[in-house]
Design a protein around this ligand. Structure first.
Ligand code: SF4
Ligand code: SF4
Ligand SMILES: [Zn+2]
Length: 494
């Protein structure tokens, strides 16, 4: 009689947390056909299975090819005491520095979006200026020269000290500054837009932009914003302020509009690209049904099917955190969009010493790009920094080929309590800065440290501390070597 065979491939084990009690549990990664699942089991709350990728080949590419040496911050901010994810951060077990640091300056917002992970709303508090300064200093202390700092919220433009905060950021060694906004303030106040323009270049607007259609926007944001979007883009365009459109993608609501938004983005000189963020069960939102879950691989396919610019092969995993980030980039030249990633290949993307791949310091990449443009440009004319092209970065300054020639599509998956893989979390390069000097990985902050969620984390920390103490007390009662031999031989004979 032939043995029964499990209908899936057991790919790996990892760690996650139970979605009910948030305690760490072991997890398996299994592949069934094209689908990759994270399976976990909690002694108290049982079994859970979540789809983490719907393209097994792409998943293996992320895990087996796009892997780089982790880059460290200058210092760590916490110690390893309770284990991941209860020691954030950054603790010495974290495997990536902060490519993008988020400074949340307010909880206040002029919208109350059903998808808000920060659960922001009108009349909530602004963070005091000294706290914000301490957060900026925390980033600089960890990074030396920070790659990208994003001023966020809530709605940051509502902060009474907004421009004082931009000034404080500008005084610090930060290569690229972003403002994450819903755009309402820019749409309603032309003077505000003028004042923003004084900070460009070196300032980018990360503009919420989920759709061109009011009926869709009403569902996602609870407001009709299409006119506002148009006005904001007009104002940013006329003032030459770099902009990225940020689309939260929800299955069955706007996932058929990805191509439309990308096409729209290419029509604006000021727009440098589109960031696509599949929605996750964080903050106000729950995903009731498994089919609501969108993976990076699904969005990658949609970009290829809908954009009329990129193929699937153009959208590659970002080496510093391939599980959650993918990108494609193109050059914009005289209305033409030329996809570029396909020409580089994994060797060039992985060859450089830095995860945020800085062009001048990355000979392999430089050579590749020079080859591509050898017909039009001499290497001397391309003292460009392509850092942003390949990670979370911007800042190209070249006489002939500049940042305005760059068009990038970035897919950013923010893991939630269901698909959280602690192996991937340890590689997170998007971190929240806190006034006390900690830098906490994005997902970890939203799942374990933000507001009322920290109560459960504190409880788990106390349990682990007690357990550790108890174990230390009974430390002398360790297993004897003869026990080990016995166990081992039992295992062998079976
Ligand atoms: S997520 Fe990173 S910083 Fe936080 S506990 Fe885990 S390894 Fe440490
Ligand atoms: S998602 Fe952005 S715009 Fe919407 S409530 Fe939250 S902070 Fe405000
Ligand atoms: Zn549990």
């Amino acid at each position: 009689m032939s043995r029964k065979i499990r209908p899936w491939l057991f790919y790996d084990t990892t760690a996650s947390v139970c979605a009910s009690c948030r305690r760490q549990v072991e997890a398996k990664i299994v592949i069934k056909g094209d689908q990759v699942f994270l399976e976990k089991w909690c002694p108290a709350h049982g079994f859970e299975r979540t789809l983490i990728c719907d393209d097994a080949e792409y998943y293996r590419l992320c895990r087996e090819v796009y892997v780089k040496h982790p880059e460290m911050p200058r210092q760590f901010n916490t110690q390893m005491v309770h284990g991941c994810p209860y020691d954030c951060g950054l603790c010495p077990d974290h495997m990536q520095h902060s490519c993008l640091s988020i400074i949340e300056i307010t909880d206040n917002c002029n919208l109350t979006c059903p998808v808000c992970f920060a659960e922001s709303a009108p009349h909530l508090r602004h963070r005091p200026l000294p706290d914000v300064i301490a957060m900026l200093d925390a980033v600089v202390a960890n990074e030396g020269e920070a790659d990208v700092v994003q001023i966020s919220g809530g709605e940051p433009t509502l902060h009474p000290d907004f421009f004082a905060i931009l000034d404080a950021a500008k005084r610090r060694p930060i290569r690229h500054l972003m403002v994450n906004t819903n755009g309402l303030k820019i749409a309603t106040d032309p003077d505000f837009a003028d004042k923003l323009a004084q900070y460009a270049p070196g300032l980018e607007i990360y503009l919420q932009f989920d759709s061109l259609r009011d009926d869709t926007l009403k569902l996602i944001r609870g407001a009709t914003l299409a006119d506002s979007h148009q006005r904001v883009l007009d104002r940013l365009e006329s003032r030459s302020i770099s902009t990225t459109l940020v689309m939260t993608v929800i299955s069955g609501i706007n996932d058929d509009q990805i191509g439309e938004v990308i096409q729209h983005a290419t029509k604006w000189r000021c727009v440098r690209g589109v960031t696509l963020q599949p929605v996750s069960a964080v903050g106000r939102l729950t995903l009731e049904h498994p089919t609501e879950r969108l993976t990076v691989s699904a969005i990658r396919r949609m970009v290829a099917d809908q954009s009329r610019i990129f193929t699937k092969e153009d959208v590659v995993p970002v080496p510093c955190n391939p599980d959650t980030l993918a990108m494609a980039y193109a050059l914009k030249h005289n209305d033409a969009i030329i996809p570029l990633t396909r020409h580089l290949g994994s060797e060039a993307l992985l060859a450089g010493p830095r995860n945020t791949i800085v062009f001048e310091r990355d000979p392999a990449l430089k050579e590749q790009v020079f080859k591509l443009f050898a017909t039009n440009h001499s290497p001397q004319s391309q003292a460009a920094c392509l850092a942003e092209l390949l990670c979370c970065l911007p800042a190209v300054a070249a006489p002939d080929l500049g940042y305005e020639n760059v068009f990038r599509v970035l897919i950013v998956q923010l893991m939630d309590i269901h698909n959280l893989d602690l192996r991937a979390l340890k590689k997170s390069c998007i971190h929240f800065a806190l006034p006390d000097g900690r830098l906490i990985p994005f997902e970890s902050y939203n799942l374990f440290y933000r507001g009322r969620l920290f109560a459960q984390t504190r409880k788990i920390q106390a349990e682990i501390a007690k357990h550790t103490q108890d174990r230390a007390k009974t430390g002398s009662e360790t297993v004897s070597s003869s026990d080990l031999v016995q166990t081992d031989s039992l295992h062998i004979t079976n």
